[in-house]
Design a protein around this ligand. Structure first.
Ligand code: 5AD
Ligand code: FES
Length: 351
């Protein structure tokens, strides 16, 4: 059932519009149903700190953005959010933060992992998204209970990567690739992804991104539209951008083609889709995505975790968010995988 497509064919699919596009999206949905079923898995997202040592040109919480009020949620707040996820049968949580690598940070994450495992009687699955770390750190966190890790490559074309991360003291393309290999070596289900519609990005770059995912044999993917943020350097290139609607449509095409290329991986319906279209994530669930990450970050902190403009759910409390999501997913015709980790079938099939 797996379909091989070359760069040219992928590029054409990404560009497809109207009737061709309807075929593409339908085909992706059929492949998804056959390979991973119709269930959607919840991952409660806890953005526990916006303190970041890096300086990505697109990101609102980059180190050089002095306008952000930096926060570090307390252990109690983080564990309370995870307890909410557990009590509401979410199955798993994602701990995400800016990137730090101090011993104190590494230990803190380690302690949190142990705390989450304890409070949920080992039931909650845990995904981490805390940036590039050493193999030893990844191994330590794995031993403490994390079993999935998200580290987006952001752009798999080296030149484009350096256009959006020019500070080579902080950002090295090879190190990022190496980190993805470390994650695999440490035993994680490995997730990566890219932003779609970046300035300077071509359709061919996006086709190569998909082929990169395939080559890296990833287990999970999260990718969404690039959305400008006024307090970041990349904002000056906004005249080069496709319209938000075009970026949104292209993101759905990317999800659909990836589902065709890698039928049994987990694909997240990225939050950035919802920043463009209120029903954006549900639309993604209909064209190949099978994971959604309801935001459980304590409300007071959400407005300080603005990676991009118009980030949704800023003033909803966790309960409200869940209710609205549940209704919407049912509308989108999917079933919710309550109490399940919803591990990547691709990962399981590799073993
Ligand atoms: N637009 C869209 N996505 C962004 N991210 C960071 N900044 C932006 C932006 N301006 C994404 C990155 C990162 C993830 C956590 O959020 O891909 O890996
Ligand atoms: Fe924090 Fe990119 S700005 S990792």
């Amino acid at each position: 059932m797996q379909v091989e497509l070359d760069k040219q064919e992928i590029t054409e699919l990404l560009k497809s519009s109207d009737r061709e596009r309807a075929d593409l999206l339908n085909r992706a949905q059929e492949i998804k149903d056959a390979a991973v079923g119709n269930k959607v898995y919840f991952r409660g997202l806890v953005e526990f700190s916006n303190i970041c040592s890096k300086d990505c040109l697109y990101c609102g919480i980059r180190k050089s953005n002095g306008k952000v009020v930096r926060y570090n949620a307390s252990d109690e707040e983080i564990l309370a959010a995870c307890r909410f996820a557990w009590e509401n049968r979410f199955g798993s949580v994602v701990l995400q933060s800016g990137e730090l690598s101090s011993p104190a940070f590494v230990k803190r994450v380690d302690d949190l992992l142990k705390g989450i495992k304890k409070l949920s009687k080992n039931e909650l699955g845990i995904t981490l998204s805390c940036g590039e770390q050493t193999l030893e750190t990844y191994q330590r966190w794995f031993e403490s209970g994390a079993h999935r890790y998200l580290l987006r490559i952001e752009a798999s074309n080296r030149d484009l990567y350096y256009k959006i991360h020019p500070n080579t003291e902080k950002h090295l393309f090879e190190k990022r690739i190496e980190a993805l290999h470390f994650l695999r070596e440490a035993g994680y289900q490995v997730g990566t992804g890219v932003m779609i519609g970046l300035p300077f990005q071509t359709y061919e770059d996006l086709a190569d991104d998909l082929l990169f995912f395939k080559k890296m044999d990833i287990d999970m993917c999260g990718m969404g539209p690039y959305i400008e943020h006024e307090e970041t350097p990349l904002y000056q290139y906004r005249h080069l951008l496709k319209s938000k609607q075009e970026r949104f449509d292209l993101a759905l095409n990317m999800i659909a083609v990836l589902r065709i290329l890698m039928p049994d991986i987990n694909i997240a319906a990225a939050t950035a889709l919802q920043a463009i279209d209120p029903a954006g994530r549900e639309k993604a669930l209909k064209v190949g995505a099978n994971v959604i990450m309801p935001n459980l970050t304590p409300c007071d902190y959400r407005k300080e975790y603005l990676l991009y403009e118009d980030k949704p759910c800023l003033d909803e409390d966790a309960e409200l968010c869940r209710n609205c999501l549940e209704a919407r997913i049912e509308l989108a015709g999917s079933e919710i995988g309550y109490n399940e980790w919803g591990d990547s079938k691709h990962f399981q099939n590799r073993k």
